[in-house]
Write a protein of this length. Structure first.
Length: 249
């Protein structure tokens, strides 16, 4: 079941075409990896999907609804979650407080001026569920700034989950992780995809080929291959352009 579709998305910056007529589908219970060298257009594409950057042309659909012209906050409230390459946490707040803020931001109640944030039981319950799903329930009371790098990346995902998304756009969640932290994150991603569609932008090729159900490869702003890991691994153009293999002759 496809939850999100990009249809011939294009983004131009003056005379430069950063993303050139890219189409992809994000399906329920599927991790769709987006790979490519630096400058391939991956981040620009994700920014268009999330609503941070308007498309020059093309279309974005979320569960069948055209959201191409929707701003980022409206997309988030409709079920689109996004994490970033750099952590965007409040280090002095507890893990739980960070997560509760994300839950409250997704369902603001501006009219309740007299109620403290801690008194919002609904947001607290959602935050607790998100931390449980991300494997952080046991550190909910710790300051976010004291977590390990890997745990901070898990907390980033928990913040996304607190907005109750149907689609997750994850930008390099494995960056800077050691082997043990990577294994924990991969297990988390396998769990998360069961009720969601996941787009994974990642440079760790070993992890990508282990975890992805589908892979789309970009080069110079365009898609050069898309398919199962086996299909992409066997694609000669991908091996030459991205995996570093030269011509056989």
């Amino acid at each position: 079941m496809s939850l999100m579709q990009a249809r011939r998305l294009t983004r131009r910056f003056g005379g430069l075409t950063a993303v050139d007529s890219v189409s992809l589908d994000l399906a329920l219970d599927e991790i769709h990896a987006l790979i490519g060298t630096n400058g391939a257009g991956k981040s620009t594409l994700v920014n268009m999907l999330s609503g941070e950057l308007p498309a020059s042309s093309g279309q974005v659909l979320l569960e069948g609804t055209d959201i191409t012209r929707w701003p980022q906050p409206r997309r988030a409230r409709a079920g689109l979650g996004r994490s970033y390459q750099r952590t965007t946490l409040f280090p002095a707040f507890t893990v739980f407080e960070n997560c509760r803020l994300a839950a409250q931001a997704s369902r603001p109640r501006s009219w309740v001026l007299w109620e403290s944030a801690a008194a919002c039981g609904h947001a607290g319950a959602i935050a607790g569920q998100a931390l449980e799903a991300a494997g952080l329930a046991d550190v909910a009371g710790r300051q976010a700034g004291t977590l390990s790098h890997g745990a901070k990346r898990q907390l980033e995902i928990a913040l996304c989950l607190a907005t109750q998304p149907r689609v997750l756009l994850l930008d390099e969640p494995l960056a800077g992780m050691g082997a043990e932290e990577t294994e924990r994150m991969l297990q988390l991603l396998r769990t998360l995809k069961r009720a969601r569609a996941v787009l994974l932008v990642e440079h760790d090729m070993d992890a990508v080929f282990r975890i992805a159900d589908r892979i789309t490869v970009m080069a110079n702003g365009a898609v050069i291959a898309s398919g199962t890991p086996e299909e992409v691994r066997g694609n000669r153009e991908v091996r030459v352009a991205y995996l570093g293999e030269g011509d056989a002759c």
